[in-house]
Design a protein around this ligand. Structure first.
Ligand SMILES: [Fe+2]
Length: 306
C-alpha cells in the first residue's frame, strides 16, 4: 500500500478548538480523532451534526489523516460490532484519509475508559490481534498503523518485550506502525529499572513500516512520568526524532497537545503563551523534517510553490 509524504502537522484535538488558530497555520497535515467526531452507535448518523461543518472546512484546507482511540479495535467484541467498523471505517472513507492509526490498548463497547491499558505482550495475543488487525485494515482499504502506547504497568501475562511483540504482530498482520516518540520516552522514564530500552526498541521494530510519528510532552507527578501532552516537546524527544527520520520514512510527523497545556506549569490559563509554545514546536518539527528530507518534500511547500 502506498503512503503519501505529507510533512509536519497537528492533531485536531477538541481540547484545542476555540482557542488555537488552526486555520491561520500552514500545516502539512491535520490528524482527526475519529472518536471525537463520530455520531453515537445507537443513532443513524455517521458524524456529530455539531462538528460536520467544521470538519468539512478542515478538509478543504489541510490533508487529513485519521486516528482511533476507542474503536474497540483490539478488544474482545465481534469486530463487525465495534465502533471501529461501524463508524471509523466509513469516516475514513468519507474523509479520504491516506492511512488510519489506532492505539495499542484494549477497549470494548461496554467500557471505553481504557487509556494506558497496555496490550498483553504474549504469543497468544500476537496471533489473536494479527487476525483482527488484518481484517480491520481490509475494511479500511488504506494502511492501518498501530501506535505504541505509554503505560504505567505491564499487562499481566506479558512474556516478551513490547518491541518484539509489535514486530511479530506486523509480520503476521501486514499492518503498519505509528511511532509515538513521547510514549517511548515516558516508558523509558517509568520502566528503566525493568530493562526498557529505547535503543533496543528502535533496533527491533521494522522501521520501514513506520508511517506516522507522534510528538508530545508530559511531566513528573509523584515520581511517575505522565504522558499528558501538556508541555512542549522535551529535548530528548527531539533527539529521537532526528534519529528516526534518518532511519525511517514516515508520511507525517504529528504534534499532540491537550487543554492542560494552557496551564504551563501553573493553574493560571495563559493561552497566548501556549500558542507560542505550540508554534515553536511546529517550527522545530519542520526544521527537523527539512533537514532529513529537504524543503520540497513537505506538502504545503509543494502547494505554495505550485
Ligand atoms: Fe500519540
Amino acid at each position: 500500500m502506498r503512503v503519501p509524504r505529507l510533512g509536519v502537522g497537528l492533531q485536531f484535538n477538541p481540547a484545542l478548538i476555540g482557542w488555537f488558530p488552526f486555520f491561520e497555520q500552514s500545516l502539512d497535515a491535520i490528524e482527526v480523532l475519529f472518536d471525537s467526531v463520530m455520531a453515537p452507535l445507537d443513532g443513524p448518523g455517521l458524524m456529530l451534526p455539531s462538528v460536520t461543518d467544521m470538519i468539512r472546512e478542515v478538509a478543504t484546507r489541510f490533508p487529513i489523516t485519521g486516528h482511533s482511540n476507542y474503536g474497540g479495535d483490539f478488544g474482545f467484541d465481534d469486530l463487525a460490532s465495534t465502533a471501529a467498523v461501524r463508524r471509523h471505517v466509513p469516516l475514513a472513507k468519507r474523509l479520504r484519509v491516506p492511512w488510519v492509526s489506532n492505539h495499542c490498548f484494549y477497549s470494548d463497547t461496554s467500557w471505553s475508559n481504557v487509556w494506558s491499558s497496555p496490550l498483553q505482550f504474549s504469543r497468544a495475543e500476537v496471533e489473536r490481534l494479527a487476525l483482527r488487525a488484518r481484517a480491520l485494515q481490509t475494511f479500511y482499504g488504506v494502511p492501518l498503523a498501530h501506535e505504541n502506547a505509554a503505560y504505567y504497568r505491564t499487562c499481566p501475562g506479558s512474556g516478551m518485550p513490547e518491541e518484539e511483540f509489535l514486530a511479530r504482530l506486523l509480520e503476521r498482520s501486514g499492518t503498519y506502525l505509528h511511532l509515538d516518540l513521547h510514549n517511548l520516552y515516558a516508558n523509558a522514564q517509568n520502566h528503566h529499572r525493568s530493562g526498557y530500552s529505547i535503543a533496543r526498541f528502535l533496533d527491533t521494530i521494522p522501521l520501514d513500516r513506520v508511517i506516522c510519528v507522534h510528538m508530545a510532552g508530559g511531566r513528573w507527578i509523584n515520581e511517575q512520568y505522565h504522558d499528558l501532552h501538556d508541555t512542549q516537546v522535551p529535548e530528548a524527544v527531539w533527539d529521537l526524532l532526528d534519529d528516526v527520520l534518518s532511519r525511517a520514512n514516515p508520511g507525517a510527523v504529528i504534534l499532540e497537545y491537550e487543554a492542560e497545556a494552557l496551564r504551563c506549569g501553573s493553574e493560571t490559563l495563559d493561552t497566548a503563551r501556549t500558542i507560542d509554545g505550540i508554534l515553536a514546536d511546529l517550527d522545530r518539527g519542520r526544521t527537523a523534517w527539512d533537514r532529513a528530507y529537504g524543503h520540497a518534500s513537505r506538502r504545503t511547500i509543494q502547494e505554495e510553490a505550485a
